[in-house]
Design a protein. Structure first.
Length: 240
């Protein structure tokens, strides 16, 4: 079998720790824009809010854009035991832009507040399959997240959803995991930052009942049966 090398970008964070962005397959291009999905809970929420405020300066400096942030309000399915309280999706122009963020001295210092304030942190890089970038928090829309594990390609899972999606619901974001974040401490084994799922949908609708009806429908229940594991929660969108 041909030995296919996966792409990676390595960042020296400290004299003892490197951080590595490593793709999940040999044909993934880290020079293309991708979306970092932060899925986490907080120990001290006000401290995380403070960190987020400070970190935004560094994110913008490297070309990053906060795309979507929301809080979980109700979980209706959690097969993976992966429930978290918050989701934050940030778009980066490329892997090198994210590398520049990790190399920033200012960001390294600010990140201390993230470590102190966050618990149950999971993280993955996704390529966008579909999105509606125009809807704003003020639009009065209701949101829900579906994290999942699937053997199918991201394009196939998206097509399956689009085949059964009613007109009353649209996709705010659909993405599939293309890379993970690895921490490598000197003279120790690599440690991957946990990433529970390989697919993500965020649905939006003008009425929450539209989402509830969709999730309870026979078509959606049949779709769930094609996935290895799923997490579904309702979200309250937060301004970024």
């Amino acid at each position: 079998m041909k030995n296919e090398k996966y792409s990676e970008i390595s960042v020296t964070v400290t004299s003892k720790i490197d951080v590595i962005i490593r793709t999940n397959g040999p044909d993934i291009n880290l020079d293309e824009p991708f979306y970092a999905v932060n899925w986490f809970s907080t120990k001290v929420e006000w401290l995380y809010t403070f960190y987020n405020f400070l970190a935004l300066r560094s994110v913008k400096k490297v070309g990053g854009t906060a795309f979507f942030k929301a809080r979980v309000t109700e979980t209706i399915l959690d097969e993976s035991k992966g429930r978290r309280d918050l989701i934050l999706i940030v778009r980066y122009p490329s892997g090198l832009n994210f590398k520049s963020l990790m190399e920033s001295t200012y960001f390294k210092v600010v990140s201390i507040f993230r470590v102190l304030s966050v618990s149950k942190f999971t993280f993955g890089f996704t390529h966008k399959l579909a999105s509606d970038p125009d809807s704003q928090k003020e639009d009065g829309l209701h949101y829900a997240i579906h994290h999942f594990i699937s053997d199918q390609s991201g394009e196939a899972t998206l097509q399956s959803i689009q085949n059964i999606l009613p007109n009353s619901i649209s996709i705010k974001y659909a993405g599939n995991t293309i890379a993970t974040l690895i921490s490598k401490e000197k003279n120790k084994l690599e440690r991957q930052v946990p990433n529970l799922m390989n697919g993500l949908f965020i649905f939006q609708s003008s009425n929450e009942n539209n989402l509830r009806t969709f999730f309870a429908s026979n078509a959606y229940q049949e779709y769930l049966g094609t996935l290895q594991s799923s997490h579904i929660s309702f979200l309250n969108r937060i301004s970024v």
